[in-house]
Design a protein around this ligand. Sequence first.
Ligand code: ARG
Length: 403
Amino acid sequence: MTAEQKREKVVLAYSGGLDTSVAIRWLQKKYDVDVIAVAINVGQPPSQDDIIARALRNGAVKAEYIDAKKEFVEEYIWPSLKANAMYQDVYPLSTAIARPLIVKKLIEVAHREGAKFIAHGCTAKGNDQVRFDVGIMSLDPEMKVIAPMREWVLTREKEIEYAKENNIEIIVKKESPFSVDENLWGRSCECGIIEDAWEEPPADAWGWTVAPHDAPDEAEYIEIGFEKGIPVSLDGKKMDGIKLITEVDKIARQHGVGRIDHVEDRLVGIKSRETYECPAATVLIAAHRSMEFMTLQKDVTSMKKRMEQRFSELAYEGLWFGLLRESISAFVDKTQENVTGTVRVKLYKGSIMVVGRKSPYSLYDEGLATYAEGDIYDHNAAVGFIYCWGLPNKTASRVHRKR
Ligand code: ARG
């Protein structure tokens, strides 16, 4: 390259942590490129310093901060909630569904800046590398990916050494024994003692929630209002999505709700033991499901259950931006037209229970259900129904018994 030729640009998914701080220099050195650092806020706790200024001090030619919380809620969390999305029935996919959004933001910056490369700090053992790489190729098939931490396997000590040698300004926090990822929808924790699947997660593996035995002795009740499958109010007060999730999260944390301990199947063939804290997701998914049971017919609930499982797998497996996930979301949206009403939830020492629900579109009819006065059910109809319903079995039984 001659001096007049512009250097290639790389857009780096930057968190301000050790890995991505070191990656700025590593990319410049190894590929002789300009690095544009992009920090994306999906609701993780704020950093202790101005990470944007630090990225520039560490050699980025540009550094950008993008607040994507609103988009995260509206385009990723709500579609997942409407699908009651839980990977392997237990993990609300908090980390997984933030990845496609981060990818989308990186692509937007890359296009605006004329960058042909995107870099991320994922390692070779996780799901996130797949979500980043496949997300990127799904949105821009020409975009090239660089994954420094996959190419350059380093221990933490080596990384700190490299930072010192290269005058990279890093914030060396007290070394956490865990690898943690946080956003509005939950907190993921892995590594350290958690890797022993028989060991109970130690107290310090939990970062958000009060231990259930330390939670208040008094139960707390909250009311969540839904409109077309989306939570819109808490205790009768209308609020936007970010606020609602934050408020529900705060209450649920105090009651020790949302702790999950799971041995999960990663995409790369590894089983891994992880813990999650998803207080808001746990409460909202339970409430949403109960609103659905009140407003959807049995055949819809049953078909939807299958779609939900597939949706969860696709989200987990990095196929968010794909026709199947999008089509399932279209199906799910159709089912939500009447998922409107209020759910009353009781939180108590780590447990959550739906204890009441009401809806203008409730399909629950007390007149049909009651065993008391006011019964409108046609008791005689049951006999004819049972005759037809049981007829195939009766016929088969006659034939086989004869044999
Ligand atoms: N296993 C989870 C997932 O694949 C969470 C991974 C989060 N990363 C972390 N460093 N804890 O979605």
